[in-house]
Write a new protein. Sequence first.
Length: 294
Amino acid sequence: MKKVRKAVLPVAGFGTRVLPATKSIPKEMLPAFDRPAIQYVVDEARAAGVEHFIFVTGRNKGAIEDYFDRAYELETTLKEKNKTALLEELDRLCLPPGAASFVRQQAPLGLGHAVLCARDLVGDEPFAVLLPDVLVHASPSCLAQMTAAYAEVGGNIVAVDEVPAERVSSYGVIAPKTAGDQGPLIEMSGMVEKPPRESAPSRLKITGRYILQPEIFGLLATQARGAGGEIQLTDAMQRLMGSQTFHAFRYAGRDYDCGDKLLYLEAFAALALAHPELGKDARAVLEAVLARKP
Ligand code: G1P
């Protein structure tokens, strides 16, 4: 079985749900406490052994490319000022030479189309997709848990977790083969993108972490538009289920969706509280703010 070495990160979206914050900076660069949201996603994938990162970008996303590059002027200044700890941290966060590729999605045609743009860069091997809107707080990292499951069952794997019935229509939703299946690996009989609440096959939503086989690309290339008039990854995966195995994987951890303002606030607060050095002080700050009279 081939190892999952490459990850696709679709970062072309406009971030309209968090405007005006995203008018001139990519939403992936908004801080989640002390680092840009995208850093958590890259760290999650690196912890799973991913060696190459393929960013599917769009216009005005240059800040992401700059962020993963070395910043010589900054590093020289920090060196002169003996800021060794900061320098070490920047060094740790930098990607190794040649480990990042950038390809542009030229039109906003949907997630399936964004993944298709990475076809040549991925080549003929299994790969991960991580949606940077979703930050997953988990140890081992969500993708590391998925690659461990992949080593057991192979095929294709999508991370899922349960959401209240009123939220299913915002997500891709899977149909488990056996109702009430409680284990972490769930056999699936289908999946559907943004189903109406009444016809959703379950309350297990796709979390935005995938391990996929390269045969998905041939299907994405011919995929008709689906929900929202977009080329949906979920629809191509549903077709691939005809010839390959798919498992849903209930990871141990918690996801934070940074896709809208209040969910972003939740992610920011949760990651501040979970910070290894500053978490305790962050809690005191948040409690003090909440205790103030409006
Ligand atoms: C995308 C996927 C959906 C998934 C969701 C996770 O939807 O199409 O299947 O459940 O991400 O956040 P989007 O949020 O881009 O509408």
